[in-house]
Design a protein. Structure first.
Length: 134
């Protein structure tokens, strides 16, 4: 078989597999690829809750992104940011020092709870509403 024929047969197989997987008619490999990207990003760019935080209270998420509206200092002793730092030679551990997120910077991760020393942020949740304590 020639290379063109093999490529054509492979595309047909991908299309058939995708039609079964998504239970829909997908005409091209490109459409299947775009559909898969859309499925993987579902909720990632469309937060269920966007929370403005400007107080020294603990806001419990989980949050998946935090954007600093001004230089912001995080109180790591009160929050649970799930951020690691090097604590020794080849040893990683939970961050133990308050840190500053500069204005305009967005960080991504799984942040269980946010507590600020100063500053203002917008935090993004995939689902639910935050609880506030303190």
């Amino acid at each position: 078989m020639r290379q063109k024929e093999l490529v054509y047969l492979l595309k047909l197989q991908i299309q058939e597999d995708n039609n079964k997987k998504y239970n829909m008619k997908i005409n091209t490999t490109d459409q299947a690829f775009l559909y898969e990207i859309k499925e993987q990003l579902k909720g990632g760019v469309d937060p269920a809750s966007t929370v403005y935080i400007a107080t020294a209270q603990t806001h419990t998420g989980p949050f998946y992104a935090i954007t600093a509206l001004e230089d912001t200092v995080f109180d790591v002793s009160a929050g649970t940011l799930n951020i690691n730092e090097r604590t020794g030679a080849d040893v990683m551990g939970a961050i133990a020092t308050d840190f500053t997120l500069p204005k305009g910077v967005t960080i991504y991760g799984t942040f269980s709870a946010i507590d600020l020393t100063s500053g203002k942020v917008i935090a993004y949740m995939k689902s639910g509403r935050p609880t506030v304590t303190g």
